[in-house]
Design a protein around this ligand. Structure first.
Ligand code: GDP
Ligand code: MG
Length: 164
């Protein structure tokens, strides 16, 4: 099948907005309310026109900020999405910095032997030098994007292509 990219991160960081941006759709519900995306959403996305590189992207959700990933385990649907993926986009909110739930997700992701790209969303108008704390997650160089305003998406795609 096609290579799979999975979008993961705590609620409200903009996973569904990025999913819709990449898939040129409004398939995934975007909401200010945490935990709205209950089921996995799939879309087939043409990442590179020249090489005709298609991928399947998966929007995850279904866990609320009340769920502690360490205590209760990550939910089955998210776990299986992670397991089948070739690249994981770990989405964070640039404006919030790294919070404890991000650290829990990061420690889970580090144990998977997968390609992980740190995606710092909501970065429109943000000074790029303010991202040192994201480096400290030990998951590589953060890619700054604005899913809502369509900024940094080409950079994200160009970072992804060699990993597929
Ligand atoms: P999810 O829970 O991670 O799927 O997050 P959503 O995609 O539903 O987005 C949560 C909220 O963040 C919504 O109000 C979005 O409009 C907003 N949002 C998403 N991307 C951006 C962005 O790039 N910049 C800003 N300022 N807000 C965003
Ligand atoms: Mg969502």
């Amino acid at each position: 099948g096609l290579p799979i990219i999975c979008l993961i991160g705590r609620p409200n960081v903009g996973k569904s907005t990025l999913f819709n941006r990449l898939s040129h759709s409004r398939q995934a519900l975007v909401s200010d309310f945490a935990g709205l995306t209950r089921d996995r959403q799939y879309a087939k996305v043409l990442l590179n026109d020249d090489t005709q590189t298609f991928t399947t992207i998966i929007d995850t959700g279904g866990f609320t900020n009340k769920v502690n990933l360490v205590d209760s385990g990550i939910q089955d649907q998210i776990l299986s999405a992670l397991e089948e993926s070739d690249v994981i986009y770990f989405i964070l909110n640039s404006r919030d910095g790294v919070i404890s739930l991000d650290l829990e997700i990061a420690s889970h992701l580090r144990r998977l032997k997968k390609n992980i790209i740190l995606v710092c969303n909501k970065a429109e108008g943000l000074n790029p030098t303010l991202t040192t704390e994201f480096f400290e997650l030990g998951l590589g160089k953060p890619i700054l994007i604005s899913a809502e305003h369509g900024q940094g998406i080409d950079n994200l795609i160009n970072t992804t292509l060699p990993l597929l």
